[in-house]
Ligand binder design. Structure first.
Ligand code: NAD
Length: 443
């Protein structure tokens, strides 16, 4: 099928590449000229496992193209996807300016029936707003063109985005138009061969499904962090509690890891946006507010532990930091717990020597060159001249380190394990003080 995608970020680029891989002809449009030029030269702007070969192969074969020019792109697509950002605006609501700007652009160029598919995470009622925005511009043009607007929220996870896109758990399609649903069934048929993964519903339910999914996942994390904070005070180990509750199939083992707080481009902004949506409809979603509050506090935990370890004075200390990205297998630093920790350390007069397998360039882009930050080439380099080690992102490369080497190099051997990656006994047997999250130690 002929597909057009507005936005070549995590969602748009991965979706475009995977749809091209399935034999569709895909044109990706972005306003960022440098990004489009790079993609046309095989430069992938994000780190996402498996993405680069798919993009290069399909660009070379002509199944996938990139442009900044919306007119031919809109003329091309029988399906026109909107996959642009919806960042939080000042009050935490989703900022709709990019989505509505694409809608107006579609209105300016549309000249035959097409299905406009919204993949961005958007407030309930956005399908109606997009429809109206397109209609208004068509009206200004005096053009009578039929079109449908469908909500098709995206559930891919950064770090597994290609895999999630090629093998989705479910494909949520919100539409009351049979014609539009039939078009999407055709597009997604290759993804439904094993069993039908399409869940068809109305637009508003589809829009809310996306927020509900992210809010549920964020709630699980904050819940476990709450239990971790209790465990710490009562002398219990949250890792044992986690396994004890996970054995109940109604709870399950997935996504109940305590840690240094959730980050990324989605959970923080989507929980906030859902709370604002509820408030806008006269409902005070108290649970969501607490999910955010617990997470904000959790992001300060590592710093609090480090500060306590040094009797409240970290000035002049150097902290080795493993992991900068908000989670493994990505270079995304948006809302990353590492940022809260580094900024708090700098504020208190400490220095940081950090290593991340992928997020080095992104860290430099955000913080530039500074005296109190050294970005190292590998994990062990960070230890040179460092007092203690903090683990913030659970990359596989950090799972089984040489503790004897860490003990030998650190000036004040202590590990602050923000992901409970290590066995406290093994660390302590190596002569290193261990601080985890919720592992029976006082604050
Ligand atoms: P992103 O910031 O990585 O990319 C957005 C892209 O849109 C940028 O390249 C930007 O230049 C481009 N853009 C902005 N205005 C444009 C316009 N008028 N025309 C063409 N391109 C334009 O964003 P993302 O992470 O891919 O997220 C996109 C949407 O998908 C958001 O609503 C997000 O909440 C949602 N989402 C993201 C993820 C994720 O893991 N990142 C997962 C599911 C859903």
């Amino acid at each position: 099928m002929k597909v057009t995608i507005f936005g070549t970020g995590y969602v748009g680029l991965v979706t475009g590449a995977c749809l091209a891989e399935m034999g569709n002809h895909v044109v990706c449009v972005d306003v960022d000229q440098a990004k489009v030029d790079g993609l046309r030269n095989g430069v992938i702007p994000i780190f996402e496992p498996g993405l680069e070969p798919i993009v290069r192969r399909n660009y070379a074969s002509g199944q996938l193209d990139f442009t900044t020019d919306p007119a031919p792109a809109i003329a091309h697509g029988e399906l026109i996807f909107i996959a642009v950002g919806t960042p939080p605006d000042e009050d935490g609501s989703a900022d709709m300016k990019y989505v509505l700007s694409v809608a107006r652009t579609i209105g300016e160029h549309l000249d035959r029936y097409a299905v406009v598919v919204n993949k961005s995470t958007v407030p309930v009622g956005t399908a109606d707003r997009v429809r109206k925005a397109i209609d208004d511009v068509l009206g200004e043009r005096g053009a009578a063109v039929d079109f449908d607007v469908v909500s098709n929220p995206e559930f891919l996870k950064e770090g597994d985005a290609v895999e999630d896109c090629l093998r989705p758990d479910r494909i949520v399609v919100g539409s009351s138009s049979e014609r539009a649903v039939a078009r999407l069934r055709k597009l997604y048929a290759p993804f439904n061969r094993n069993h039908d993964r399409m869940v068809v519903m109305d637009e508003r339910s589809a829009e809310l499904t996306k927020y509900a999914a992210n809010a549920m996942l964020a709630t699980k994390i904050s819940f476990m962090n709450e239990i971790a904070n209790i465990a710490e005070r009562v002398g219990a180990d949250v890792e044992l509690v986690r396994q004890g509750i996970g054995a109940d199939p109604r709870i399950g083992y997935h996504f109940i890891y305590p840690g240094a707080g959730y980050g990324g481009s989605c959970f923080p902004k989507d929980v906030q946006a859902l709370e604002r949506i509820a408030r806008g409809h006269g409902y005070d979603a108290r649970l969501l507010g607490m999910v955010e509050a617990v997470n904000a506090q959790q992001k300060t935990r590592l710093f609090a532990q480090i500060q306590k370890h040094f009797d409240g004075d970290v000035a002049g200390k150097t902290v080795a930091l493993w992991g900068l990205a908000f989670k493994p297998n990505t270079d995304d630093m948006r809302e990353a717990p590492s940022r809260r920790l580094m900024e708090a350390l700098w504020e208190a007069g400490a220095k940081v020597r950090a290593y991340d397998p992928e997020a080095r360039a992104e860290t430099t882009r955000i913080y530039g060159e500074r005296d109190d930050l050294v970005l190292c080439d590998n994990a062990y380099d960070t230890l040179q001249g460092a007092d203690v080690l903090a683990l913030v992102t659970e990359w596989k490369a950090f799972r089984s380190p040489d503790f004897a080497r860490i003990e030998a190099v650190l000036k004040n051997p202590a590990i602050f394990d923000g992901r409970n990656l290590y066995d406290p006994r093994v660390v302590e047997d190596a002569g290193i003080a261990y601080y985890g999250i919720g592992r029976g130690r006082s604050l």
